[in-house]
Design a protein around this ligand. Structure first.
Ligand code: SAH
Length: 345
């Protein structure tokens, strides 16, 4: 591990020993990187000049902000960042009454192939390092001057397809010597990679797990999400149950409503039956149409009827507010439009 912003304090202590310096410096460096959010060693004024020079062998990951778009409707901001290898990723800042929430990407692109999702169209380029996940939050907090209190790993990429880096990211983000974001305020969304859900249940973390369900049966789910060919609902839902049993954290089930595909009352009925013994709530997302696919958003009446049915039958349900609709709402859309502009110029 040479990526200094992905190192734990213990790993930094070992590095200090290797560099012939004192282990207590580790905490100071950690605090500069993860609490004060600096991007260069020169800002670490309580370190000796000679240590700062030696540390320059270990470049500090810092994302470059290349574009910010602000919604005129609700103030939501989309950030486009450039990574050191030239790839670009996007993150979203949403301001709620209960605090600021950042939605981060976990990979450059994605290989899960969900049919309605813009992030997956060019496939997977690479996984993000823990430091690159952290820095999306750090750069946003630094640039707004407002504390980030919630983090959702719901941007581009499948977090469970980048498992080890995800776990390290969560531990660093919730470390009391860093940004100290409570694990209870961190949500990870997955398309449903069963062995990884079971593994996550054993990590001793108290984060919220969100499952992208999107259909009440395997057949419909397969038409929307290729991962449904690998894991059936009879495997995914027990894994979620296990996650709840081990962590005590209630689950979130995401259900993107697509006109004529999964939005009628029969589907609402079967969804109710499927989830009646699950400890969790359903988050309905009116599908955000992307130009590469011809999926349509359900109309308002269908959405309200679907919600009404679930509510009436004892399922907790919320409709996701469509934040930042005017700035390319769905995940991966801003990056996608940026890349195709680059291609055509
Ligand atoms: N790979 C993870 C997280 C990324 S997407 C996952 O699959 O959960 C976060 C959520 O947005 C997922 O539920 C995803 O299915 C959904 N989503 C992606 N594109 C969408 C779109 N165009 N409209 C509505 N929901 C979308």
């Amino acid at each position: 591990m040479t990526d200094i912003k992905s190192m734990t304090i213990d790993e930094l202590k070992k590095l200090m020993t290797t560099l012939g310096d004192k282990p207590f410096r580790a905490k100071q460096i950690y605090s500069w990187l993860h609490e004060h959010l600096v991007t260069s060693y020169d800002e670490m004024t309580n370190l000796s000049k000679s240590l700062r020079e030696k540390l320059k062998e270990y470049p500090v990951t810092a994302l470059k902000m290349v574009d910010v778009q602000t919604s005129r409707i609700d103030g939501t901001q989309k950030y486009l960042f450039r990574l050191s290898d030239g790839n670009v990723i996007e993150s979203v800042l949403m301001r709620y009454k209960h605090g600021n929430s950042v939605c981060i990407s976990s990979q450059v692109g994605c290989r899960m192939g969900c049919r309605f999702c813009a992030s997956t169209i060019g496939g997977l380029t690479r996984c993000l390092k823990p430091s690159e996940m952290l820095d999306q939050i750090y750069r946003i907090q630094r640039s707004t001057g407002e504390r980030v209190s919630n983090v959702v790993v719901m941007g581009s990429g499948e977090p469970m397809d980048n498992y080890d880096n995800l776990i390290r990211f969560i531990r660093l983000l919730s470390d009391e010597n860093g940004l100290n974001i409570s694990q209870r305020n961190i949500t990870v969304s997955t398309c449903g990679i069963v062995p990884k859900i079971l593994k996550l249940a054993e990590e001793g973390l108290s984060i919220t797990l969100a499952l992208s369900l999107h259909a009440p049966d395997d057949e419909t789910r397969k038409t929307l999400m290729p991962i449904a060919n690998s894991y059936s609902l009879s495997e995914v839902l027990p894994a979620c149950k296990e996650y709840y049993k081990k962590t005590g954290r209630r689950l979130t089930f995401e259900y993107s409503l697509v006109q004529g595909v999964n939005d009628n009352l029969d589907e609402a009925k079967r969804l109710t039956a499927l989830l009646k013994d699950m400890q969790g709530h359903v988050n309905l997302i009116p599908v955000n149409p992307i130009k590469e696919r011809d999926f349509k958003q359900s109309n308002r009446d269908a959405i309200d009827a679907f919600r009404g049915y679930l509510e009436k039958h004892g399922i907790n349900v919320t409709i996701r507010r469509e934040m930042g609709r005017d700035i390319g709402g769905a995940c991966g859309q801003l990056r996608k439009s940026y890349l195709s502009e680059e291609e055509s110029s």
